[in-house]
Design a protein around this ligand. Sequence first.
Ligand SMILES: Cc1ncc(COP(=O)(O)O)c(C=O)c1O
Length: 392
Amino acid sequence: MKQFEWLQTEYSELEKAGLARHLRTVMSAPTATINLDGHDVVNLGSNNYLGLSTHPDVITAAVEAIQVYGTGASGSRLISGNSKLYTTLETNLATIKGAEAALVFSSGYTANLSIIPVLARESALILSDALNHASIIDGCRLSRATKKVYQHCDVEHLKTLLAESSEFKRKLIVTDGVFSMDGDIAPLRDIYDVALNYNAMLLIDDAHGFGVLGKDGGGTVAHFGLQDTDIIIQMGTLSKAVGGLGGYVAGSSALIELLVNRARGFIFTTGLPPATLAAADAALKIMNSSPDLQQRLLKHAETLKTTLTKIGYTLLPSQTQILPVVLGEPQRTTDVAKALFAEGVFAPAIRPPAVPPGTSRLRVTAMATHTDTEIQKAIDGFACVTHLASQR
Ligand SMILES: Cc1ncc(COP(=O)(O)O)c(C=O)c1O
């Protein structure tokens, strides 16, 4: 078919540049060691940071919900898909986030695509961190607002852009709380002060801070002790530390009421399966009552960070469970990932467009459920492949 020849050409170009991606098959539960493509490997590539997706209480809650409510929501939430499981989960999320109300979406990706166009329309200005997640970038595009990108975590640059933009009445600053590919934490206190000074709203994507930072895993806003729902809107996901699926936003009741009426990714899609909602709620309870999980996760991350640095790897200055081991070019990064895999360690290679060109990296993530033996096996694996990593 001539019409589709371009498909093969485009794919070949990706392959030539070392940027082609391939699906792999996980043949086990997403635990600290997984079976990937038939091989048992220490899992340094999971967002199931606290191991809650396989926690017995979470599984029981999911099974019970299926038995009572069946497998699907069977309707969009505004028609017939809004069970009381949603109400419970949203009440609990709002409490953990210190917000008046919360709203759950099908995924974190959908949440950003839905929230941003409601907050910022064509006449608004969005100020977005240069390393924000793709879902924020896509949400900004959908909004058709004017977007200005400030340099990563650079509060002075943010101020300069705002000072140049007095013609905009409605302004939205948007940032990851913990950056998904870098593991650093946004300087939220300073950004909050800027938002106050310039009369801007502040949207924080806490996908990777929730469950990890702050008291009871409340997230990045809790970590900084910021509580101001007049200015701050927190979004996040139930797909990382919570171990399930779904996105959420937490803020004022007025915000949530408007989103229910305006957020297209909320209105025009089917509700989440009951098991997913019940599992998330059970996971929140564990997250809230088990600070040891948070501590163990960050302890493992610290061990990996210091040891990998000591044996010669270049890590970006992460303060969290996300440890970027920067290797530069895509091919070297996939070569090191393959060699590690042969040593029984899975660390995913992250390449452009997920990260800027020249900064391809292994995105190493710890899990609270890793044993000390698994962490040591991971370190030994890295030690075996240093020669590949340092060929510059
Ligand atoms: C910062 C950030 N925001 C949003 C998302 C999207 O979340 P979800 O996977 O729940 O769609 C991700 C997931 O990778 C993320 O890292």
